[in-house]
Design a protein around this ligand. Structure first.
Ligand code: MN
Length: 495
């Protein structure tokens, strides 16, 4: 499982010597107080750093941040006025995400008591604008958060940013394993893996399915018995999968596959994987329950060789670590076009993550119809109603583009007795025709990362950190405006 509590963000404060040592002491006290407060509100550690008053110490701090593995980013605040030319050389080398917290120690103006001393120590209203200018002048990607440091809104914005920064840190040097290549002829699952490693920091490498099969064949009967016992505890088994059932051997085969995959991924310290039903030579089944359970444990996954979605699902799982609800690989499967009740049925052949399940999760075995293998065991479940989103990253040739569509999941009104796969129903924002047309015009993939616990703000922050194009399709989307945004972005990202 993913644990983000090991990560930390550094709280840095800018000032200068102009105000004298007493004021700087007060600045330091205020900063320590704010850092301590944020430490109790954010999901990661907040580390207070001594007040920065000159270019050399700023440069040194940035160097240190770059080389501290657990430091996922900097939260910067200019308590007083910190002339921003002091920041240029430091910011130039900063390789970690930056949040600019535009706050002030005092929430209220003390109307009766306010004097020039107060003005001296509470001047971030303009001090932070100086810092803002240099960020813009240097074209730095960063998040700007405005508000009083004790407000829940500021805590929420910073919590989101810090979770996203953890996902970004997790990608750096991250390994994604492809079992076999891409599904033949499929376009959107392809892409430039070299550019992805330069831009995103993760590596994607392919292994022959035979390497995995060798690992699967090493699994012992004792290991299989233990995992089958776990299946029996965690899921409701279909009759034919129970002890003495006609398909019991299929469950043992599925357990063998899971154990082999898990070992293969663990040995390589991988954070996610892909497979494809066209490349299963030597495998008895397409991995179903194995992939579902690995996803539930935090691995990213993309079907048909879709490494971009695998990496995105992993990032979304890091962002959502510990929050109620889940994140899964997803595919828009089929439509309900009934006027006024337009819905999308989302599913995949097998590989939906049980972290988004509601109610009982059943293990069943049924034929698949493609792949030409034995019947695969899969977990079957429904998903709860509620706000959600679908996210994708596509390779546009000269850049990566992220597209997010906000959706509302709806409770299933029907049993679907003949569709034994995990599934979810949702309504598209702003409406089916506009939302889907926008998605298609933007080139959004048929595979997505589906989330129950992330808002568009998470993905927007993530795109900002990565420095890639971000398109949102939400309740405010108008198709004509959206088409113009696509045209404008062609120019904005030219180069
Ligand atoms: Mn697919």
């Amino acid at each position: 499982m993913i644990d983000i509590s090991q990560y930390e963000a550094w709280f840095i404060t800018g000032s200068q010597h102009l105000y004298g040592p007493e004021t700087l002491e007060q600045v330091a006290q205020h900063s320590q107080e704010i850092a301590a407060e944020l430490g109790t509100k954010l999901p990661i550690k907040i580390v207070y750093k001594p007040v920065l008053t000159g270019p050399t110490e700023i440069f040194k701090l940035m160097q240190e941040a770059n080389t501290t593995p657990n430091c996922v980013g900097l939260i910067a605040w200019m308590h007083t006025f910190s002339p921003a030319k002091m920041w240029i050389n430091g910011l130039k080398i900063l390789q970690k995400p930056l949040a600019h917290l535009h706050t002030q120690y005092n929430r209220d103006i003390p109307w009766d008591a306010i004097d020039m001393d107060f003005m001296n120590t509470n001047q971030s209203a303009h001090g932070d604008r100086e810092f803002g200018f240099i960020g813009s002048r240097m074209r730095l990607n960063r998040k700007v958060i405005v508000g009083h440091w004790q407000s829940t809104d500021v805590h929420e914005r910073l919590s989101i940013w810090s979770r996203v920064a953890c996902a970004w840190a997790d990608w750096q040097g991250g390994r994604f394993v492809r079992f076999g290549d891409n599904m033949r002829y499929v376009a959107v699952t392809e892409g430039d893996k070299v550019e992805a490693e330069i831009k995103f920091g993760y590596e994607v490498n392919t292994y022959g399915i035979g390497d995995l099969v060798a690992e699967v064949n090493e699994v012992t009967d004792a290991q299989i018995a233990e995992l089958v016992a776990t299946y029996e505890t965690e899921y409701e088994l279909a009759d034919d999968l129970r002890d003495g059932g006609a398909k019991r051997e299929s469950l043992r085969d599925a357990a063998r596959i899971e154990l082999g995959m898990r070992k293969f991924l663990t040995d390589r310290n991988a954070k996610g994987f892909t497979d494809t039903f066209e490349d299963l030579h030597g495998m008895k089944q397409l991995p179903g329950i194995a992939t579902q359970r690995l996803m539930a444990d935090g691995y990213g996954f993309g079907g048909e060789g879709d490494w971009k979605t695998s990496a995105l699902v992993r990032a979304m799982k890091v962002m959502g670590a510990g929050l109620p609800g889940g994140n899964s690989f997803m595919e828009d499967y089929t439509y309900h076009f009934a006027p006024g009740q337009e819905q999308v049925l989302g599913s995949h052949m097998l590989e939906i993550c049980p972290s988004i399940a509601e109610g009982k999760v059943r293990a069943e075995v049924h034929p698949l119809g493609i792949g030409g293998k034995e019947d695969p065991v899969r977990l079957v479940f429904n998903c709860p109603a509620g706000e959600g989103l679908n996210a994708t990253i596509v390779d546009m040739g000269n850049r990566f583009r992220m597209i997010v569509n906000e959706v509302v999941a709806v409770a299933p009104a029907h049993e679907l007795p003949n569709l034994p796969v995990a599934r979810i129903l949702w309504e598209v924002k702003p409406d089916m025709k506009t939302g889907v047309a926008a998605w298609i015009l933007a080139g959004g993939a048929h595979h997505t990362g589906f989330s129950q616990n992330l808002t568009a703000e998470y993905l927007e922050d993530f795109a900002e950190m990565a420095g890639i194009e971000f398109l949102i399709i939400d309740a405010d989307t108008k198709l004509r405006t959206f088409k113009n945004e696509l045209r404008f972005n062609e120019v904005a990202f030219r180069g």
